[in-house]
Design a protein around this ligand. Sequence first.
Ligand SMILES: [Zn+2]
Length: 157
Amino acid sequence: MKSDDEIAQRGVGRIPPPSSPAVSRVMKGNRGKDTTPELLMRAALRKAGIPGYRLHWKKAPGSPDIAYPGRRIAIFVHGCYWHSCPTCDIPIPQTNTEYWQTKFERNRARDERKKQRLEEMGWKVFVIWEHEVKEDPLACAQRVKDYIDAVSAKASR
Ligand SMILES: [Zn+2]
């Protein structure tokens, strides 16, 4: 297990050069799996007592990072940088600004589309930002737990 400091250092502030393999992998559709924020979130969900999630479940639109298919719950764990977190508001690179602007806008539009399609199919969608899960993973998991509890309370009434 890495220390929180190490995790923080790998966080939002560092931008690898666009030519690096990591970036081209991310930019080819954000397929980066098992990222630190995702791992934190998954650990927190287990801790909160709601294991049994599926990872990158392909039968749901947009294969959500984490899904509870039976409960129709989808969780996206968004990196603050690649998904243009409104809270962190990380500046766009000074070089090739237009290129990056377009990339980020496309990411944002794709995120929105996925969310809409899931909601149209009756799914509950949680968007968890990287900075939130790094600050307080259990609070993020608790949001999901509260929803599950509310739904089952309604069902048993
Ligand atoms: Zn953020």
